[in-house]
Design a protein around this ligand. Structure first.
Ligand code: ATP
Length: 340
């Protein structure tokens, strides 16, 4: 019989991305914790003192080699952004250890066309996609697939500028031409519990990106002279509190995203997820991406956010919220509802 005592389980993750808040949150909820580290990352996780046990590997891409140990120790793994980038979606899908969150949704999130179908079905506003360069009639952003940190992305206003940009910056044919939305980037951090069946807005952030966030530090004439190619390498996250009147719309968007996912795949989307978009001057929120797991933008809120402070009488990070969901799942004999 499955144990309903949380002491019979360990919460495990990989030492990167959002591991600090995941492990701290697990400890705060009373779990034993395990962190998979490399010799280089281990000192950081030792330093903060919320890890009960380490497994050291040479490189995170070898994570699957220690999977059996996680199974033997009855670990529940909490995936984050680094899992996908080190293991890839296929390997993630084949993980056999207990795993928080829906694996099936990864396919919908990782494939641009499927992601778009999902979000459109949820009634969200998305930037228009141009099927061919000849159709470009407004500012567009050209995104290359797998462009880490958005390097190599460029802006064009018409077909001529598109071909010039491609010749100058382009590397391959695997790109998408997306309407460029003039507005401010905003990342909405949601949490949906399959146990309480409730959606929560945990927090918001905007990203601190190099060199997109540094170009404005020099005069326009110097920007032209420097001929800098814009890139969006993330260096950190900046907390954000949104205009309160936007909350009803943002809640509804999150709810529709969850509801739609339940028609697409098994248990649907649950746990933390993030709608990444641009808010324009008419307060339209255009979503350009969804992350179906915890995002690093929740890291400023290890001690809770203004929104979680309203709801909880204790510090509630997204990491801790997941641990609480797992705890409630274990103690109420519904662990199967939260495992992918
Ligand atoms: P990933 O999470 O896959 O690494 P990302 O979240 O960095 O990608 P990208 O799609 O690579 O997002 O976008 C990089 C940057 O470009 C972001 O800062 C975003 O604000 C901006 N951006 C993306 N799409 C648009 C758009 N359609 N209009 C305006 N700005 C955009």
């Amino acid at each position: 019989m499955t144990s309903t005592n949380i002491q019979d389980y360990k919460i495990a993750t990989m030492g990167s991305h959002t591991a600090l808040q995941i492990l701290k949150g697990a400890k705060d909820e009373g779990f034993q914790t395990l962190c998979v580290v490399t010799p280089k990352t281990r000192p950081v996780y030792e330093h903060y003192g919320m890890v009960d046990e380490f497994i050291e590997i040479d490189h995170y891409k070898n994570f699957c080699e220690i999977e059996q140990q996680l199974i033997d120790k009855n670990c529940i793994a909490i995936p984050h952004g680094s899992f996908v980038s080190y293991l890839g979606h296929e390997c993630m899908k084949n993980l056999k250890c207990m795993h928080y969150g829906t694996k099936g949704i990864l396919e919908w999130e990782s494939d641009r066309a499927m992601e778009r179908k999902w979000l459109l079905k949820a009634g969200l506003k998305l930037p228009k996609i141009f099927k061919s360069p000849e159709e470009i009639d407004r500012a567009v952003i050209i995104k290359f697939h797998g462009a880490k940190g958005g390097s190599g992305y460029f802006i064009a206003n018409n077909p001529k500028e598109f071909y010039e940009g491609l010749a100058k910056y382009g590397r391959d044919d695997d790109y998408v031409i997306q309407e460029y939305i003039v507005g401010v980037p905003m990342y909405v951090h949601y949490f949906y519990s399959p146990l309480t069946k409730e959606l929560e807005i945990m927090s918001f952030d905007k990203r601190y990106e190099s060199n997109a966030d540094s170009i404005g530090r020099i005069a326009a004439r110097d920007q032209l002279a420097a001929d800098i190619q814009t890139s969006y390498t993330i260096t950190g996250n900046i907390p954000l509190v949104v205009r309160e009147s936007l909350l009803p719309m943002l809640y509804e968007m999150g709810e529709n995203t969850v509801k739609t996912s339940q028609d697409l795949v098994g248990k649907g989307l649950f746990g933390p997820f993030c709608l990444e978009g641009i808010m324009d001057t008419n307060l339209n929120f255009y979503v350009f991406e969804i992350s179906a797991r915890i995002v690093a933008g929740t890291n400023p809120f290890i001690n809770g956010s203004p929104y979680t402070a309203l709801r909880y009488d204790e510090p509630m990070s997204t990491g801790r919220r997941m641990a609480r969901d797992i705890k409630q799942g274990i103690e109420s004999g519904q662990l199967d509802k939260i495992l992918g």
